[in-house]
Design a binder for this molecule. Structure first.
Ligand SMILES: *Cc1c(COP(=O)(O)O)cnc(C)c1O
Length: 414
């Protein structure tokens, strides 16, 4: 099926009513360029769900090609001409049967987001945010990134003909830094962490040099990411899993899915049952876990953050209270895993079930194992993990051996 399918070209009645401050509920106009709310918090997109209900029926959905744009009534883009698509496919739910059997779990599924454009789920958020930026007349965008978001921004920015400036920590995975440059963006390695990069981007935005695309500082990335929740509910026959393990950095995906389930319930497509949402972090950077355990609403900056899972090395998340709210409302929990457990989990899923996870995806598997041991989840529960990027983007151990074609070869020993 070519990229340009009916979902992309169809007339799109727009159902957006307004943007809402996620802290105070204050209304902001849609259709204007916005970063944070007037009181400095992330903005959420609100729709006229009563009208969406008439248009986005199960029947209508089933008649459409299976991609992200299938959900157009719940997305903010007004004009099809502004969509800068690279083919945002639906991602599969891949069972980990052997790993699941070893853990004694009845059902263990991975939503494999590594198959999206640019090899990560950042494509979902960035295709939406860049399409909206195009609709609202933005020409130059800057962003702090741990790698994958910058790559997705560079790709869609190139397609939209925009100027893109990306700042990343100097130890960002090499492949990401080169990918961003290859896609035509200007990329700078900064001697600091992602929030240090964010400060520089914020300062340039205040000087009017560019539009700030930091996580949750523009309203539309969440709308792209929420499609993960819409998609998985439909894939499971309008039933949700019992537990979702999500590797949490800025939390866009977790917050987005939580919003998606509410929207689906209002549309009558799912009932009131919700999955327990689990925020997975690394022991070397676990601000959300610390705040969850302390019963706090916000998570102070985590000092000296370090982990092999670069995507979740986020010392301070502006949407911390939204992550914590979703986790608590869902009766879920937050859990930290060690780098050793992450590496072991990546190894196990690859060698036993043939699925090469990214380290962040490995973190969700390690967390599920730990949660079972601690009795936080049961063996008969339906567990869903997120693999956020293709494992091919990360360094792999060299376990090859050499063979001398001129020497005596004992083939039976290979
Ligand atoms: C960005 C990213 C995450 C974290 O996602 P958030 O929704 O921002 O919390 C996890 N893993 C990978 C590979 C990422 O690129």
């Amino acid at each position: 099926m070519p990229i340009s399918n009916a979902n992309l070209t169809a007339e799109r009645p727009n159902f957006v009513t307004h943007l809402e401050c996620s802290m105070t509920g204050e209304r902001h106009e849609a259709g204007e360029l916005q970063n944070l709310s007037r009181s400095g918090w992330p903005l959420l997109v609100r729709y006229d769900l009563a009208r969406v209900k008439g248009a986005l029926t199960n029947e209508a959905l089933q008649s459409r090609p299976k991609d992200l744009w299938r959900w157009r009534e719940l997305l903010p883009v007004r004009s099809a001409a502004n969509i800068v698509s690279l083919g945002e496919n639906e991602t599969p739910l891949v069972p980990l049967d052997r790993v699941g059997a070893r853990l004694g779990l009845k059902s263990l599924l991975v939503k494999d987001e590594g198959r999206l454009p640019t090899g990560s789920f950042k494509a979902r958020g960035l295709v939406m945010a860049v399409s909206m930026a195009k609709e609202l007349g933005v020409g130059r965008i800057a962003m702090p990134t741990n790698g994958n978001a910058g790559a997705a921004l560079a790709a869609y920015g190139a397609r939209a003909g925009m100027e893109i400036i990306v700042l990343c920590p100097d130890d960002t995975p090499e492949i990401n830094v080169r990918e961003i440059a290859a896609l035509g963006a200007r990329v700078y390695r900064v001697n600091g962490l992602i929030d240090d990069c964010g400060k520089i981007v914020g300062e340039g935005a205040r000087q009017g040099l560019w539009f700030d695309f930091s996580t949750l500082k523009e309203p539309y990335r969440i709308e792209g990411k929420k499609v993960m929740g819409l998609e998985l509910a439909e894939q499971l026959g309008w039933d949700v899993p019992d537990v979702i393990f999500y590797p949490t950095g800025g939390g866009t995906g977790l917050i987005g899915m939580w919003k998606a389930f509410d929207e689906l319930e209002t549309l009558g497509l799912i009932g009131s049952k919700r999955p327990r949402m689990v925020a997975v972090q690394a022991e070397g950077c676990a601000p959300i876990v610390k705040a969850f355990e302390a019963g706090d609403e916000h998570a102070p900056r985590w000092e000296d953050a370090h982990t092999v899972a670069a995507g979740i090395r986020v010392p301070k998340a502006i949407g911390d209270f939204l992550i914590l709210r979703a986790v608590r409302e869902s009766k879920g929990f937050a859990i930290a895993v060690s780098d050793e457990a992450i590496v072991r989990a990546v190894d196990e899923a690859a060698s036993r079930d043939g699925l090469l996870l990214c380290p962040e995806g490995g973190a969700t598997l390690a967390a599920a194992e730990q949660a079972l041991e601690r009795g936080l989840i049961g063996r008969d529960e339906r567990v869903l993990l997120f693999n956020c990027a293709t494992g091919l983007k990360y360094p792999m151990a060299d376990r090859s051996k050499t063979l001398d074609r001129n020497g005596p070869l004992i083939l039976a020993e290979l």
